[in-house]
Design a protein around this ligand. Structure first.
Ligand SMILES: *Cc1c(COP(=O)(O)O)cnc(C)c1O
Length: 752
């Protein structure tokens, strides 16, 4: 049967007369059929990648690419007066993640399948995801993200496990998502849920009764944990996730007839950050039930588990009070106690290694480091900081466990799908090999002085900027000019990522323009990102940006040189539109704080030039492209760490010493902005910047402004700029998640 016959059959009518929604459902069914023609990947050893988040993005376009039928489908729809882009727009974006960590898990699944590795993902099926961000009165509001629908990509299974919390036992249900690799490979993402969830529990915004576990367990990802019930709920979620994972693993091992004592030969578990850490005691508990001794079980589990650290931010390192764990998972407490006892005996001279600290808190990362055989950071600089600063006592005892795996991204989504024009140009120049081995992109260097190639690259960028401008006009109602330099700063809102520094620079530009000093070329600054609902400062930064957007875009003079856009509800779908349109990639975190970043890699791959600090994977980008093809600024991670250690940073000194910094910070509470915004929010933000500024915005602000000015000036020199673009694309092959996953398998999993 041809594609056309199959679709027509599913539609019960011809393609030309079908609606986009009907076509979406028909294509979904077609993709399921094609996927099931591919056998599931098998092997002697299987990986379970456990993660609280999988930010997988819309599935249709990616699946068509990976099945190798994108072009065929696209042409058939066009022939019938339909647009695949419009049909794909019918799909709701799965809301199963928060930011980089969840997106990494999604890129990894794509690469695991593509490399035909035997590995599945395990996570939770959140009904309302993180939350949907809405702007009203220049402020963020949170509402449920109602992404689940009848025709979504998940398949209900009849796999169910009992999960016990103290005196109550609930019955889980597994939902599966097919993960189809590029041209080959087929694995699964297993998402667990309860049949008893009551969506009507959610009343105002995203608040709900946090005590009724059977009804609320999987309503939201990262429910508000500012009170005790919220923290308990997170522990309930985490245990539910890992208990299901552990039971699934044991069930599959038994079905295969494998000896559970040899589990380390047949199973690898990757613990993505600390959320799945309870898998360690849970698996030990289940092995003990199978008749294995505690000691042996602990040894087996250590051989199976590997832990990835994603952050050094203290507030993100989970530690749960024993009393909370006692309430949720009393049956794990003897095991956690036993594991801690083993540590205390072995390392009695160093209390910093204890899993349970003197205040009775259980440190999840410490549990992971003692009882995993591998601990990895996510970029070279990050791993170095872990070894020599944050996790030094662990590195001293377990040097052999520590390793680096610099993050990566899947080029299927972040180039082929979102920028087919650039992907096509690359293939025309160097053939298709790069799709199978991203290092081949290096061959583009051959063209770095080829005027025709550079002009073509420039035309593609221009086209993507025009597309993004249309999208922004339609979705956000803001007019932007593709002639201007697009500086794009999209990522979660967090003080360490320093969106506030970019906002202060916008104020600086605004005042310059008001004084008749115009930038070398008009600038458009595009922001996007959600703030955690309880993170007041991050919400204040959003507020400042939205107020600046209002002030600047409506100023008849300034708006000719400067525009500001804050995208509402930044997600994968919006990322796919704006990243290919970027001229300048803003990666301006305080050095040492961004573990890796993956946004930086997506921009580089799409020919943007990085304006960044020497942080996370920016350092590796700089080493790959050379200092002449990146704009770096700011204090180094060593200097920053030293400032923290010596309490040597005082924002107010920078404020007092520099007239220019002072006028920018003062402007936050100017009459102009207070007319638009909320007095107390603006004042609190200003106070924080002057008197606290934990992430040292004022330390790097002037250097940032001057280097950004240089970048905008250089942009005028099109020959120079387009060559920089080409070098960035050519050297981005290292950041393919296929490379990252090959290294995980080589050094940690050994699946082959
Ligand atoms: C890649 C990505 C991120 C991570 O961006 P960073 O700049 O690395 O923080 C967050 N959100 C979305 C939607 C992404 O696609």
């Amino acid at each position: 049967m041809t594609l056309e016959e199959s679709l027509t059959g599913k539609l019960g009518k011809n393609i030309a007369s079908a609606s986009d929604a009907e076509l979406y459902r028909a294509l979904l069914a077609y993709v399921k059929e094609k996927t099931n023609e591919r056998p599931l990947t098998t092997g002697n050893k299987k990986l379970y990648y456990i993660s609280a988040e999988f930010l997988i993005g819309r599935q249709l376009g990616k699946n068509l690419i990976n099945l190798g039928i994108y072009k065929e489908v696209n042409e058939l729809l066009e022939k019938n007066g339909k647009s695949l882009a419009k049909v794909a727009d019918e799909e709701m974006e799965p809301s199963l993640g928060n930011g980089g960590l969840g997106r990494l898990a999604a890129c990894f699944l794509d690469s695991i399948a593509t490399l035909d590795l035997n590995g599945d993902g395990v996570g939770l099926r959140y009904h309302f995801g993180l939350f949907k961000q809405e702007f009203r009165n220049h402020k963020q509001y949170e509402v449920p993200d109602r992404w689940l629908s009848e025709d979504c990509c998940l398949t209900k299974t009849d796999v169910c496990f009992p999960v016990t919390f103290g005196k109550t036992t609930v019955m889980s249900r597994m939902y599966d998502l097919d993960v189809v690799g590029f041209k080959k490979g087929h694995t699964k993402l297993h998402l667990f849920d309860l049949d008893t969830i009551d969506e009507n529990l959610v009343k105002e915004g995203i608040s709900f009764d946090k005590t009724q576990i059977e009804k609320n367990l999987t309503l939201f990802l990262y429910p508000d944990d500012s009170d005790k019930d919220g923290q308990l709920l997170r522990i309930y979620q985490q245990y539910f996730m890992v208990s299901n994972a552990a039971q699934l693993i044991i069930k599959e091992q038994k079905e295969l007839g494998h000896d559970l004592r040899r589990m380390a030969d047949h199973v690898a578990i990757q613990i993505n950050d600390t959320h799945p850490s309870l898998v360690i005691p849970e698996l030990i508990r289940l092995l003990i039930k199978e008749g294995i001794s505690f000691r042996d079980a602990a040894g087996i589990v250590t051989g199976v588990c590997a832990y990835t650290n994603h952050t050094i931010l203290a507030e993100a390192l989970e530690k749960w009070p024993m009393s909370y764990l006692n309430k949720v998972v009393p049956h794990l407490m003897p095991i956690i106690g036993g594991l801690d006892f083993g540590v205390v005996c072995a390392y009695h001279d160093n209390h910093n290694l204890n899993i349970i600290d003197g205040e009775g808190k259980v440190h999840m990362a410490r549990l992971d480091m003692h009882y995993s055989h591998s601990v990895n950071g996510v970029a070279a600089l990050h791993t170095k900081i872990l070894k020599h600063q944050e996790l030094r006592p662990f590195f001293e005892n377990y040097a052999e466990k520590f390793n680096n795996k610099t993050n990566g991204i899947t080029f299927r989504r972040w180039l082929m799908l979102c920028n087919p024009e650039l992907a096509g140009m690359i293939t025309d120049l160097i053939g298709e090999d790069w799709m199978y081995n991203a290092a081949e992109l290096e061959r583009l260097m051959y063209f770095h002085n080829d005027e025709g190639v550079l002009r073509h690259l420039d035309e593609i960028k221009r086209h993507k900027k025009e597309e993004a401008a249309l999208f922004i006009k339609e979705k956000e109602g803001v007019d932007i000019d593709p002639e201007s330099v697009f500086c794009i700063h999209v990522k979660r809102m967090h003080e360490y990522k320093r969106q506030q520094m970019n906002a202060l620079n916008i104020i600086y530009e605004y005042m310059n323009i008001k004084n008749g000093n115009y930038p070398a070329r008009p600038i458009t600054v595009i922001f996007g990102g959600k703030a955690a609902p309880a993170y007041y400062m991050a919400k204040n930064v959003i507020h400042l940006i939205l107020c600046l957007q209002q002030l600047i875009n409506n100023d008849p003079v300034v708006s000719r040189y400067l525009k500001v856009v804050m995208l509402q509800n930044y997600n994968i779908s919006k990322a796919e539109v704006v990243i290919p349109a970027a001229d300048i990639s803003e990666q301006i975190s305080l050095a040492s704080k961004e573990a890796s970043g993956t946004g930086n890699m997506k921009f580089m791959l799409n020919g943007a030039v990085t304006l960044g600090t020497n942080d996370g994977a920016n350092v590796e980008i700089r080493d790959l492209v050379g200092i002449e093809n990146i704009y770096t600024f700011g204090k180094s991670s060593d200097e920053v760490i030293n400032l923290y250690n010596t309490n040597g940073y005082h924002a107010i000194d920078f404020y007092n010493r520099s007239e220019s910094i002072r006028s920018c910070v003062d402007f936050i509470t100017s009459d102009e902005l207070r007319r638009i915004g909320d007095d107390s929010m603006l004042r609190d933000l200003q106070d924080n910047l002057k008197n606290k500024d934990w992430f040292m915005t004022l330390l790097d602000l002037e250097h940032y402004s001057s280097v950004k000015e240089t970048a905008v000036f250089d942009y005028q020199n099109r020959a120079k700029w387009t060559r920089m673009m080409l070098v960035n694309v050519a050297r981005s092959g290292f950041f393919s998640s296929d490379r990252t996953i090959t290294e995980y398998d080589r050094d940690i999993w050994h699946l082959r």
